[in-house]
Design a protein around this ligand. Sequence first.
Ligand code: C5P
Length: 211
Amino acid sequence: MIIAVDGPAASGKGSIARALAAHYGLPHLDTGLLYRAVGLSVARAGGNADDPHDAVAACDFPESLLMDTELRNEASGALASRVSIHPQVRAALIQRQRDFAMQPGGAVLDGRDIGTVIAPGASAKLFVIASPEVRADRRLNEMHRNGMEADRDAIIADIRARDDRDMNRDHAPLKQAEGADLLDTSNLTIDAAVRQAISLVDAQLDRRSKE
Ligand code: C5P
C-alpha cells in the first residue's frame, strides 16, 4: 500500500508522514530531501540553482549527502525550491521515488507531487495545509530550540515566496491531488493531526477495499 502525503513547507506533512509510516509499519521517504540535496550540491559546486544545466549536473549527488544536517536549513529549502522548477531535475529524480513507492509491501512518501505525479494510484492520499502565520511560528520555534534567532515577518515572506514558486511552476506544481483528503493542521497539535491523518487514511483504505 502506498500513502501519498503532499503539502507546503512546515504544514506538518513530514511529521504526519513519519507517524503514518510507524503506524502502518511502512518505510518512509521525505522526497524534499532529494531536491534539497540537488540544491545544496549546486551551491557547493559554485553553480547557479536557476540554471538548468548546473541543476541537472547536481542530480548525481553522493548518497552520503542525504545525511548532511545542512540540508535541513532554510537556505537549502530555498535552493531546493529553485532547482525543483526545472523539468530535467524532476525527471532525473522521478525513478528513484517511484522505485521507493513500488517496493514490496508499499511505502509512505511525502512531498509536493506524490499524489499527482509520483504515485497517482496511491492507496491513500492526504493534502496537508496550515496558514502561513502558523507555519512561520513553527519554523521560529524550531529555530529557537536550535539556539537561532530570526525575524517572523521575514519567515512569513519566505514561506509565501516558496509557496508561490511551488504552486505556480509549470511542472508538477503543488496542488491537492484528485482523491486526496485535505487536512488543515493550523489549529491542531501534532498528536491531534496524526490521529486525524490515521482516521482519514483508514477511511480511504476502507473505501478502496469496497470498490
Ligand atoms: O519538503 P521540503 O520543504 O523539504 O521541500 C523543499 C523544496 O523541494 C520544496 O519547496 C519544493 O520546491 C521541492 N520539492 C518538490 N517536490 C517534492 C518535494 C519537494 O518540488 N516532491
